[in-house]
Structures are given as structure tokens and as C-alpha cells.
Write a protein that binds this ligand. Sequence first.
Ligand code: F0G
Length: 464
Amino acid sequence: MKTIIEPFKIKTVEPIRFTTRTEREHILSEAGHNLFNVHADDVLIDLLTDSGTSAMSAKQWAGIMEGDESYAGSKSFYRFEKIVKEITGFKHIIPTHQGRAAEKIIFSILGGEGRIVPNNTHFDTTRANVEMSGATAEDLPVAEGAIPSLVADFKGNMDLAALETLIKEKGKENIPICMLTVTNNSNGGQPVSMENIRKTSELCRTNGIPFFLDACRFAENAYFIKLREPGYGTKSVREIANEMFSYADGCTMSGKKDGLVNIGGFLAVNDDDLAQQARNILVVTEGFPTYGGLAGHDMEAIAQGFEEVLDEHYLKYRIRSVSFLGEKLGALGVPIIQPPGGHAIYLDARASLPHIPPQEFPGQALACEIYLQGGIRSCEIGSVMFGKTDPASGAFLPAKLELVRLAIPRRVYTQSHIDYVAECIGEVFKKRDQLGGMRIVSEPPVLRHFTARFEPIKSKQYHP
Ligand code: F0G
């Protein structure tokens, strides 16, 4: 088999800054051992997120110049609306500044006290928006999704039996919307099968529950369906995406992922009343319906991004470059969520650092050491992000998994950058026994992982 190459050449470059380990020790300490507090300039390879970090194409930048900034009826809106409608088939396309603004709008309408919103796994902003409305967010991933080392095709699926039980027990009248996140970001970036999308939709339709996709990474999900699901190998990714959306009544979308843009998103719905209510909120909180939270030029860039993301040479390279990192780490013995997901590799910090208990945040300890080792920024997705304190007993309730996510920005890093990442993580893995845990020094009431400050419990990992 031939090497799968980047299906683009590089026209503009941006230098990255090298630092020494001693400099990074100082930087990390100033940042309260929270990589969200580190200045991007002090990062060599930034794998914090794949969101808003894509390299835009020459055509997208040209689109930025073409952007029509009219307040009402911008031609850029109509171009954006047309392509989104072609791909999703939804009737009303409501532009927002990013995914969470679409979530805020939909849950302010459909959420509320006593209501329950199921999802295969809520992303953190989705959960926060559900909970801010007073509703309860229920994660119902399939059991195999919870076993990091298990190799299976569609570990991102919804547990349909659990969804059926939830509907019976809580009552369909208390479930105003059911979501399905493709790919399942908080569960390893694992894809959801077409069969699971269809069956979730059928269950929702039988019970009269609106069914929405959280479609941030719809193109990557569609490509996995093409690769792995019987009957889809000869279909185009665009046809597969069309079919995925055809089962849903609407979607929330962050264009910062598979829109290949730095900012932007939308809410799409079929229901006319719901669209009217959403636009009423949009006008007050985001903007007029033909721009919402976006500049005309942003809508041009998303429209072009939507054309490019379904290019199968791009998707082949994209999915392969993520699995390439997974294979390299696997060869070094580093435990990761198997198989590699669409946008990221998730290191299994619990398996790497069994001597650090969850209340000492093994994922945070691992992410910090990876930064110290090679200037690589990653993101903890474990008990810092999802751990809680039981209000009654004061007991620590850990997250289900202790992960460190290495999210790969789209079209940004080359194969040698990825080789370097694997080498650095291999070095950290070799000295894993010397790593100690972390303690929280200060934290905000919600989404603490963004701003909490930490200190190392044992200092030896910082002076190996
Ligand atoms: N849903 C999913 C599955 C996401 O991954 C994200 C963002 C959102 C919704 C919210 O979109 O950022 O445009 O408001 N995920 C980013 C990440 C931040 O790093 O995974 P947004």
C-alpha cells in the first residue's frame, strides 16, 4: 500500500516556538498546572482541541474577501444556507457564532425543570446548557464504549435498550428532545453506525420525541460508516451524510470542527414553530436571522468548508493521520482508547498511571508531563472535567474514564510533527512510575477544567 499523503500543499506557514524544559516548568507553574492557562505562544504542538484550529484553504480565504456584510439578506447567507440544506436536508438554517450558541437556543426552548435530555454522550457545553435550563442530561452510551482497550467498529453508539427503558420509566412527555453526538467526542471520538442512528430515530418517532444530531463531526462519522458498515462501501460520503441527517428532525452544529473554519455554527430544524421560537431568541442574543452570530465572511468560509470536508481524499488522509498516531503509540505500549477515533487519540491515564488515584487526577498529571517533555498541549478528559463531589456525603465521585485527549487540528500538522508527538509521549510513558498526582488549589462553580488551578502532590515528576 502506498503512503497516504496530505492532499494539499502548503502556501502559508506560521512559525512555532521552541522552549526548554526549564522554561516550560516555569510556564506551567505560572499557569497553575492548567494547560488552558498557558499562552499558545509557549506551546510547540497544540493538540488541546480540533475546534476552530483548522487551516483554511485558499478558496476559503478568498471567500473571506467575497463576504457580503449586509445586515439583512446577505448573499453569503444564501450561499451558506444552500449548501447546508443540500447536505442536511433541514428546512430552517439558523446561523450562530458557534455550536454552544445553537445548544443554548434549543435548550432554552425545549429544556426546563423536570425534563430529561438523553444523548449517547453529552459534550461538556451541551450538558452545561441542558443543566442551565433546569433539565437533566442523561448519557446512554453502549457498554462497549466504556472499555478502552476493546476494538469495535461503532463504540460511539447509543444504548437503545437503555433509551427505551428511560422513555418508559420517565415518560415520553418529560423527554422534549433526544440527541445523538456524531462522532461521540466525550467517549473517545468513536463513530455511531447508520443502523444506530436509524433505530434511535425510530424509537424517538414512535414516542413523538424530536430527534437531533449534534453534528460537529458528521463528515468524519460518515467516512467511518463508509469504511466499516456493510452496504455503505460504494456510497459517496455525501450520500451517507444525507442519509444520516434524513433520520433527524434537526441538528446543532459547530462549524469549528467539520466546517473547517475558525468560528461559526448553526441550528437546523424542520419544525416551523420551533424555528420561529429559535429565531426570536437568535435576534435578541446572536443577531438578525440572515447572519445570527456571524459576519458575512464567516458564512462564506463555512459554505466552502462544507464543500471541502466531504472530499474523500481529505477524509481518507484525515482518518488515516489520526490512526497513524494511534498505531505509533500502540507500538510503544502506551494504552489508548481503541480503535483510534476520528479527530483525536485518547490516552488512557488510568491504565498508564495506576498508582495515581482518580482524586489525584492522573489525566491532569499526564497532560502536564507531556507538556514538560515536549511542549505539546493536550487536554484532560477525566475527573477534572467530569468528577464531582457528592453534596450529601462530600465523597469524591470520579469520572468513568481518566483520559488525555490529543486532538488533531485539521490540515495543520505534518507527519513529522506527529512522529515527534509519539516520541515525546513514549518518553513520558517510560518514566510513568515517577509521576505523581495533582491537587486542586482553586476552582470555579461550573466547567472547572477551563480555569481551575492545581499543584503537584509530589514534586518528583518535575525534576526527573
Ligand atoms: N458538541 C460537541 C460534540 C463538541 O465537541 C463541541 C465542542 C460542541 C458541541 C460545542 O461547540 O465549541 O463550537 O461551541 N468541542 C470542542 C472540543 C470545544 O474541544 O472538543 P462549540
